[in-house]
Ligand binder design. Structure first.
Ligand code: B12
Ligand code: SF4
Length: 539
């Protein structure tokens, strides 16, 4: 049996590369197609008073599809898998229709969107995988190769000519089972990449403008040590499904990284995509020791205000931790607790940021520790008192953090989506994947072309104040005055210009804060960047 797996808008999908390895290790002839790159665009369209929308996952051309069909045709598979997030739904439907018009092989959808909305997916495809997909897709491929109907596989829903068979879900893989999985595949074998209607054999460049692969010259490896999360935020998939934390053993993770280093002596950095890396103190301490001893490369890992044990943070820092993202989401205790289902108090948030900032004192060969703080922007329920509380908290943070704001997105069936729909704050058309202009929430920056009215102007005003709060050179007292007197409230472009100027002055007056920029240049070699025309991120 031959299987084609299509990763939508993500050349380096960890999930699809893991499925690829699992099928290959089980004797299936499998091909990976990276169908179009992950793209970043600043949001530009003001859809209505409450939402900013963005359609960057929607640029699938006829040439892209023709090439995809040709590549599938070369393999002549018995099963075609498509991995998709909710934003990708319109594209997935278009591709599936095209595949069905040319091939008889059934199509199975899997990933975040089919998991949260199988009912909405099944009419458009032959099979839908709900939740974990490794054994389910293998069993599906095996059943089809035996010529069976494949209608009783757990986690797989089947569309039998319009009649839907909804099979039960199997238990999640346990820790010991994770250790038996092959490592996600980053080699060049059976992999093709499509963009701009052309094959991109030489251009496996994705997140940040470079690829996660062990090909020589590609200097970054990505992996996950754990799946699931102990939290249940209302805007996250984890609040919807049983997705309790499961973790690989330290020795299994180290074995993968040793293998990645062996294959690619140019490896410079590791990305751990775990939802919260610092869970389980004993695991982290063991990991830090082993990692420092055997891998000794700078790494990225997310963190969370509840998981900031000083011993763990320090051990990870000494092991090579150089940048992190911590979700704060709102500086208002009320919004966090009542709207986002997050229980940390403002004191806990402040303590967490301070502990992260203190890690800068711990020596590390790269000499820097980048702290990105994620916030949700444009929540129509977050008004002036909450935004004020948030700014007040932010002004107490040690400086030189990086403030990132993401638009509030509404994914199908998510807890927050249901609440906002019930309260009439959004309509069904605002839910990701519903429209051709699919919702997304990539990093928000000030958009000077917008017509700001009421609520949005307020959010944009506080967004710019938050941007100023990052810099040591811009006094908090001035930020408080701007807020109090609402200076520039009707001159947001001017305030944006001030932010930009402050950034430039900061660069010149405190160049040591920007050592990370130089380090990044060396993590991804300038030669590669020049060759592929990418700088920090792919446009
Ligand atoms: C790591 C991660 C990322 C990394 C991806 C790194 C990489 N190169 O793979 C980065 C930071 C790049 C990222 C980006 C984004 N992400 Co993200 N990300 C995650 C995270 C934390 C883990 C995903 C993962 O790889 N898990 C491990 C794998 C093994 O598990 P899995 O994905 O569940 O896959 C299993 C099954 O779903 C199934 N399966 C998956 N695909 C397929 C395909 C087939 C054919 C089959 C049969 C089965 C199957 O089998 C897999 C193995 O069991 C999830 C949250 C979560 N807890 O899942 C969010 C999540 C997937 N991300 C999300 C979002 C929104 C985004 C962004 C849009 C964010 C943004 N603002 O831009 C972008 C979009 C990127 C893109 N173009 O696709 C949402 C998706 C929501 C939705 N309903 O669609 C999630 C669910 C978080 C959330 N808010 O709930 N993300
Ligand atoms: S902490 Fe992060 S991964 Fe965990 S439920 Fe909340 S948003 Fe999702």
């Amino acid at each position: 049996m031959k299987v084609v797996l299509i990763a939508l808008f993500q050349y380096d999908s960890y999930a699809i590369r893991l499925l690829f390895s699992y099928l290959r290790a089980s004797g299936v002839d499998v091909t990976y197609i990276g169908f179009k790159r992950m793209k970043h665009k600043v949001t530009k369209t003001l859809k209505n008073e409450f939402l900013e929308m963005n359609d960057f996952h929607n640029d699938v051309s006829d040439e892209d599809i023709a090439l995809l069909l040709d590549e599938i045709g070369k393999v002549d598979p018995g099963l075609i898998g498509i991995g998709l997030q909710s934003n990708h739904l319109p594209a997935a439907r278009k591709i599936t229709q095209a595949i069905r018009s040319r091939f008889t092989a059934p199509v199975v959808w899997g990933g975040a969107h089919p998991t949260v909305d199988p009912e909405g997916c099944i009419p458009h495809t032959d099979y839908v995988c709900v939740g974990e997909g490794l054994d389910p897709i293998l069993e599906l491929a095996q059943a089809l190769s035996r010529g069976e109907a494949a209608t009783s596989i757990k986690n797989i829903w089947a569309n039998c000519g319009g009649t839907v068979v909804r099979n039960a879900t199997r238990p999640l893989l346990r820790d010991v089972e994770l250790d038996r999985l092959p490592f996600a595949s980053y080699d060049g074998e059976n992999k093709v990449y499509i963009e701009d209607g052309e094959l991109q054999a030489e251009r496996n460049f994705d997140y940040f403008g470079y690829g996660f692969t062990d090909d020589p010259g590609k200097s970054v490896h990505q992996t996950m040590t754990a799946f699931g999360c102990p939290m249940e935020c209302t805007f996250c998939l984890n609040a919807l499904t049983d997705n309790h934390l499961r973790r690989r053993s330290v020795s299994n993770v180290i074995a993968e990284l040793l293998e990645a280093k062996r294959r690619n002596p140019g490896l410079r950095m590791v990305f751990f995509w775990d939802n919260i890396f610092q869970v389980n103190k004993a695991w982290c301490l063991e990991f830090a020791k082993e990692y420092k001893e055997k891998i000794d490369l700078p790494f990225f890992a997310y963190t969370h205000p509840f998981y900031v044990d000083e011993e763990v943070l320090a051990a990870l820092r000494r092991a090579g931790w150089i940048f992190t993202v911590m979700g704060i989401q709102s500086g208002s205790r009320h919004i966090r607790k009542e709207i986002y289902g997050r229980n940390e108090t403002n004191e806990q948030v402040l303590k967490a940021v301070r502990r992260l900032a203190a890690l800068r004192k711990i020596k590390n060969p790269t000499g820097f520790f980048r702290i990105y703080l994620d916030y949700v922007k444009d929540n129509p329920l977050e008004m002036e008192p909450e935004l004020h509380e948030g700014l007040d908290l932010m002004l107490q943070f040690p400086k030189n953090f990086i403030y990132q704001a993401f638009n509030l997105s509404f994914f199908p069936n998510y807890v927050i989506t249901k609440v906002y729909l019930e309260r009439g704050l959004i309509t069904a058309d605002d839910v990701a994947g519903r429209n051709t202009a699919s919702g997304s929430n990539w990093i928000t920056t000030f958009d000077k072309r917008k017509e700001y009215k009421g609520f949005l102007r307020l959010h944009e005003f506080y967004y710019l104040l938050g941007s100023l709060a990052q810099f040591r050179i811009f006094p908090n007292s001035i930020i408080r005055q701007i807020e109090k007197k609402r200076l520039f409230y009707n001159r947001l472009r001017l305030l944006n210009w001030i932010c930009k100027t402050v950034r430039v002055i900061d660069l010149y007056t405190a160049p040591l804060n920007y050592v990370w920029l130089i380090a990044l240049l060396f993590i991804v070699s300038p030669r590669m960047k020049l060759k592929h025309g990418t700088w920090l991120r792919h446009k």
